[in-house]
Design a binder for this molecule. Structure first.
Ligand SMILES: O=C[C@H](O)COP(=O)(O)O
Length: 325
């Protein structure tokens, strides 16, 4: 059986094509909630990185951020400022002192109407544009409109599409419907990569999270993502552990590689390090790169910038000096 730990840090891989729905495999999925909670509670104490190592981990975290704005009051001007921030996420003198000139975020994530502004702002940078889609965040519009929305976003220049699954298919155990929906979304994305948002805070149990993760991967998801950022509970370490193990299991059974994106409520540098540490432990170093890992975050970058500035200058800047990201 292939193991994710055996993949070299720079190993190439093909896009996940998906596999037929295998209900025996899905039904065998388990999640031991007390054990998962215990493991996650001890992680921050076990993994503490300091000084240069911490700065290196934080730079890695920046390279994996989907710098996000998903607000009803988004404007072309705000997205233009966000794309400038994506190109140069940290002050030039700090980056130069760290030897990290040229560092950028992983992607910029916006609603459909802001794709054009994001594409324009990122032109020539190589930074992809991700668009949330399929009636984000609830995903309750008619299926043909959700599919049309994906097609429109790809036509407008989005390189990545973040779809939301129908939570009701999970809550009512309609796994075939979930598989078919995900497959239709994947097909509509064409060359654009698709991230499946499970909205884990609305799935009831960790076992449901494990099952939904497997089904979305079987149906061809390139990434599985925790949350929209709009649920009452968004990304957590226990949910992350369950999803990472599903990715590991899927790789062991099929040899196909799938990425992971925790999203919603991740706003502190120390939280980012906890996520990176858990990924390193569960999947190995290959998953610590932006083609296989992203943070969905609208306010994480500011705190990371403050920590990096402190690392170089010895002083903390006020949070209001980092209004963007
Ligand atoms: O996918 C990204 C999330 O919506 C961002 O959530 P956040 O604003 O809590 O960082």
């Amino acid at each position: 059986m292939p193991s994710t730990y055996d993949l070299a840090p720079d190993a190439d891989f093909a896009r996940n094509p998906g596999v037929p729905l295998d209900m025996a495999w899905v039904n065998a999925a388990q999640a031991n909630t007390p054990a998962i909670q215990r493991r996650c509670a001890t992680l921050p104490g076990r993994r503490s990185v300091k000084k240069d190592y911490q700065a290196a981990w934080l730079c890695r975290a920046i390279s994996c951020i989907d710098l996000t704005t998903l607000s009803g009051d988004d404007t072309v001007g705000r997205v233009a400022r966000l794309t400038a921030k994506a190109r140069q996420p940290v002050r030039a003198d700090i980056l130069s002192a760290l030897g990290m000139e040229g560092l950028t975020v992983g992607a910029v994530c916006v609603y459909h109407d802001m794709i054009e502004a994001a594409v324009k702002g990122l032109d020539g940078s190589g930074i992809p544009v991700a668009a949330v889609s399929t009636g984000f965040p609830a995903g309750l519009s008619p299926l043909h409109l959700r599919i049309a929305e994906i097609e429109e976003s790809v036509k407008s220049g989005a390189h990545e599409i973040d779809i939301v699954i129908s939570r009701r298919h999970v809550l009512s155990g309609n796994w075939q419907a979930l598989y078919d929906e995900m497959r239709a979304f994947r097909d509509a994305c064409g060359h654009a990569h698709v991230k499946a948002i499970l909205a884990t805070g609305e799935l009831g149990t960790l076992r449901n999270v494990a099952k939904a993760s497997l089904i979305c991967m079987m149906a061809g998801a390139d990434f599985i993502k925790t949350s929209t950022g709009k649920e009452p509970v968004n990304a957590t370490l226990p949910v992350t552990l369950v999803m990472l193990r599903a990715i590991r299991d899927y790789y062991a059974q099929t040899g196909h590689v799938v990425g992971y994106k925790p999203a919603g409520g991740i706003s502190k540098a120390k939280d980012a390090i906890n996520y990176l540490a858990l990924i390193k432990e569960e999947l190995g170093d290959r998953w610590l790169r932006p083609d296989l890992f992203r943070f969905g975050a609208s306010s994480l970058l500011g705190d990371i910038e403050r920590q990096l500035e402190h690392h170089i200058t010895g002083a903390y800047s006020a949070a209001y000096r980092h209004p963007m990201g």
